[in-house]
Design a binder for this molecule. Structure first.
Ligand code: SF4
Ligand code: SF4
Length: 216
């Protein structure tokens, strides 16, 4: 115990929340993910970086003092008494938004045409703002799609620098556009048309020669 601790400073307050329709008593002053871990519920379906993918803890959340439902990430949401949370199931496999967009990266001259060929649905953006409203990282997703459609792939990719691939924008899109994958294409095609940094090139060559091992 430190000098600043009081005798009761380690007693945790419990609050009531609802997760996927289940009432839970959890410790206050934690993020939702931390609170669920402490309660012994680390694996709500489609949740948790314990499954190895950052961005998988997307939630729909309603706080008791507000009428609307927000999209958010469970790891960034503080638990509050009375909050109601749903972990949306992953998109249906047959969803057009999850079609496997396969491509070989090409030169910047061709990348605009390639975007239209690989993501033809992007041109159908109806500017409904749904993706931007849904993004828990505050990215102007709609603007990113607009820039990509205008062939400004570098600028489009830059907008998504903080994207965690939670797919909430994809889930929200009535046109079955997957904005985060459009952005990934934009960033990849921009990167492939830049000179490779010397340190990275040296490292990759050493790996190809078998001179470096990767420790896990
Ligand atoms: S851009 Fe889409 S996938 Fe990326 S963080 Fe925002 S909502 Fe999630
Ligand atoms: S949700 Fe889809 S249609 Fe609406 S603005 Fe975003 S990309 Fe366009």
């Amino acid at each position: 115990m430190t000098n600043t601790d009081t005798p009761n400073s380690h007693i945790e307050t419990s609050i009531e929340i609802t997760v996927n329709g289940i009432r839970l008593s959890v410790s206050a002053n934690h993020s939702l993910i931390q609170a669920l871990w402490k309660t012994g519920h680390p694996n709500f379906k489609s949740a948790s970086c314990l499954e190895g993918v950052c961005g998988s803890c997307r939630i729909m959340v309603k706080y008791s003092n507000q009428p609307e439902v927000d999209m958010a990430l469970a790891c960034q949401s503080q638990v509050e008494s009375g909050m109601q949370v749903v972990f949306p199931q992953y998109l249906e496999k047959e969803s057009p938004a999850l079609l496997n967009h396969r491509y070989q990266l090409q030169s910047s001259v061709e990348s605009e045409q390639q975007l239209k060929a690989v993501f033809p649905e992007a041109a159908h953006c109806r500017h409904c703002h749904g993706c931007t409203v849904a993004c828990p990282k505050g990215i102007d997703v709609e603007q990113g799609i607009t820039l990509a459609n205008e062939g400004k792939l570098g600028a489009a990719g830059e907008l998504f620098i903080n994207c965690v691939m939670c797919d909430l924008c994809t889930t929200s899109c009535p046109e079955n556009i997957a904005p985060n994958y459009v952005a990934l294409f934009a960033r990849r095609t921009t990167a492939v048309n830049q000179p490779t940094p010397p340190n990275l090139a040296n490292r990759l060559q050493a790996l190809q020669r078998g001179e470096l091992t990767i420790k896990y």
